[in-house]
Design a protein around this ligand. Structure first.
Ligand code: 5GP
Ligand code: ZN
Length: 122
């Protein structure tokens, strides 16, 4: 845990979030400023700054998290099949445009066009 990290505070329950999934590795909640009809944030329970900090020793929890994305996306409104789908985005570091420095995966879906920065690379 990192004392001043807003996402650690969400993990601890110190600030509210619309949590849609939680397990031993991660929690998933709705982005406060959605860029798409479905805009979730998936974060590890423990404090990891970004993908810049990740190495081979992290394959367990990181792999389990990624493997859960399709089901969580479908359960939360992403459309099924090849005409549906979703986008996973993770911004890392200053050059990556990261604003919250606790690793998070944006899960974006729903009918396009989307708005905001996550749509800029659409
Ligand atoms: P980044 O730019 O770091 O990749 O994305 C940070 C994301 O966190 C943004 O999409 C922003 O809307 C979201 N966010 C920032 N603060 C909060 C918060 O307190 N609650 C929730 N649910 N989302 C937040
Ligand atoms: Zn944190």
């Amino acid at each position: 845990m990192s004392a001043n990290c807003i996402f650690c505070k969400i993990v601890k329950g110190d600030i509210p979030a619309k949590i849609v999934h939680q397990d031993e590795d991660c929690i998933v909640f709705q982005d406060i400023n959605p860029s798409a009809p479905v805009h979730l944030l998936m974060i590890p329970r423990h404090h990891v700054v970004s993908m810049q900090e990740v190495g081979a020793e992290d394959h367990g929890w990181l792999g389990r998290m990624m493997a859960k994305v399709p089901a969580i996306a479908l359960e939360n409104g992403c459309n099924p099949g090849p005409n549906g789908g979703f986008r996973i985005v993770t911004n890392s570091g200053h050059d990556g445009g990261q604003e919250v420095h606790h690793l998070h995966f944006h899960i974006l879906g729903g009918k396009r066009p989307w708005k905001g920065s996550m749509a800029a690379i659409a």
